[in-house]
Design a binder for this molecule. Sequence first.
Ligand code: PEP
Ligand code: MN
Length: 450
Amino acid sequence: MIVVMRPTATQDEVDGVRRTVEENGLEAFISVGEERTVIGVVGKDLERVAHLGTLDGVEQVIRISSPYKLASSEHQVERTRVRINGVELGLGQELVVMAGPCAVESRDQLMETARCVKREGARVLRGGAFKPRTSPYSFQGLGLPALELLHEAHETYGLPVISEIVDPADVPAFEEHVDIIQVGARNMANFVLLKAVGQSRRPVLLKRGLSATIEEWLLAAEYILSAGNPNVILCERGIRTFETATRNTLDLSAVPVLRSRTHLPIIVDPSHGTGHRALVAPMALAGAAVGADGLIVEVHPDPANARSDGDQSLGFEEFGALMDELRRLQFVRTADAQPAQVSTATDVTGDIEDVRDRIDDIDARLAEMVQERAALALEVQRRREPDAHGHDVRRERALLERAASGTTGPMTPVELTMVFDALLRASRSVQRRHAHSVTEAEAAATGSGR
Ligand code: PEP
Ligand code: MN
């Protein structure tokens, strides 16, 4: 900390600052300049002299080290990895996708969603039990029964579960039923709640407050850390700005900023961050691209009839497509995507030219097979409704999953999936071209009949 004295400060005022510093167990280093005197203050507990700016003769006090000691990367260089019941979150780990409904509405709704998000590769199931809604007349969540349902979903599907706490008295119930306790944006500065979850053994996901600066957010994390809980995950979920086109302004620059300031893992919530279904996937991909350790996404079996946040919830197909894209870009490598057992081509004989001849032979056969496959895809297209074109997402996903499992060889499932993904794209473009030419032919026929 540096105390800058006014140019008019007297020797008595400089001595007054030095005395206060020393009386608080800190050291003062006085440097007398031509125009003014500055005093460097060092020691462990600078908070004790937070009032130096009010002393006579002081112009300003400049803090040099961060006020959040435990959250700061100044004091802990290695990054924190949070372990959640078999899932690890933190730098260097695979992107962890948390997904599920905004609110748990019923057993069926939760189980159906859990099944879907697990199949698509989510690693954590989300679901609100206590909903802090802006209006007291909106659905407030099912409460404790929802926590029990989350527990049941965890037992059935094996995914760790996360839910939001609003009352410090509920910590024991959360410890019993959930794997991660979420502190929502509206409670980021509820210091009683922060201290309560700080005493818990469960990891805590701390969302950024609606109008919190990054420093305020990190100080909120400091409350949890200083109460004894080292497992804090930060979640950027958008802040309030003048912009009304989105529900919030998703501050993705917070991710690299946090990277430079804290060792804690950081995830992005593109659902609350945008408020619009169509914007969720692009911002999820952007969040992954700026280096988030995870994403939390709202998914609902029937978003149009969701009891909360339906507008920003993805349906199952949309969520599947997002996961496909995250896999294609290699942010996500599903749990079963371990490198396949590498079988070495032991039956390869001959010199290098012989091996190359075999490769050429395979390529020729592959080209024929790919064309045969495209011809069949076109036949499917012809047998469909005349104006129906596009693709069957479910079948395509099943194909990609099949491709990613059950074969052995040097290619990893991810690499194999990339090959099939390219095949599907080409196939779709053949189908689209065909549909287009049919429409054009029909238009021409109608035109000539007139
Ligand atoms: C939520 O995750 O359901 C939620 C209410 O989020 P936030 O606290 O970010 O508004
Ligand atoms: Mn929500």
